[in-house]
Ligand binder design. Structure first.
Ligand code: UDP
Ligand code: MG
Length: 162
């Protein structure tokens, strides 16, 4: 166990669930050697979303973001790995799918940009949330999960991937 081994919070947003591509997205995190340690399907209420997106509640796009996140259930997870926060953000890609690089989750499974979303009056549907920094990860994990919901097991490739 080194200081580089981290946990991060990830949520598959309602568009990923409704499009039936959750397995393809989870596969990308699994194949990178990240260890899934908690997972549940959640219909996010107003209070949970306000806490989760506390930095955005006063922004113009918050109403659209809230509506988007309440279109259906999300899949909330905790993933663990070496520099997991930074590494999973790298796999996720830029916030706007229009700008997200090919090979990233947002770049490969979506293409919408901010301008189009704003014209439609909706959020940017970008499939997945991942904590942006270590402090945010700790806060989000404790917001969505209790300690007893976090599991422990050994992945057979541990010796090679971390
Ligand atoms: N979002 C949006 N319009 C904006 C900015 C953000 O709809 O102009 C949505 C988008 O779904 C994004 C979420 O709000 O994922 C949170 O924004 P943040 O800047 O934290 O992006 P992220 O950390 O998800 O990449
Ligand atoms: Mg963010």
């Amino acid at each position: 166990m080194t200081e580089y081994l981290e946990r991060t919070f990830v949520a598959l947003k309602p568009d990923a669930v409704q499009r039936g591509i959750t397995g393809q997205i989870l596969h990308r995190l699994e194949r990178a050697g990240m260890r899934l340690v908690a997972m549940k399907m959640v219909t996010a209420d107003d209070e949970l979303l306000m806490k989760h997106y506390s930095e955005h509640v006063d922004k113009d796009f918050y109403e659209g973001l809230k509506n988007f996140m309440q279109e259906g259930p999300v899949i909330a997870m905790v993933w663990e790995g070496v520099n997991a926060v930074e590494n999973i953000r790298k796999l996720v890609g830029s916030t706007s799918p229009k700008d997200a690089r090919p090979g990233t989750i947002r770049g490969d499974f979506a293409h919408m940009g901010y301008a189009h979303a704003d014209d439609k009056g909706t959020a940017v549907k970008n499939l997945i949330h991942a904590s942006g920094e270590k402090k945010e990860a700790l806060e989000e994990i404790s917001l969505w999960f209790t300690e007893s919901e976090i599991q422990d097991y050994t992945r057979s490739d541990t010796a090679h991937v971390r």
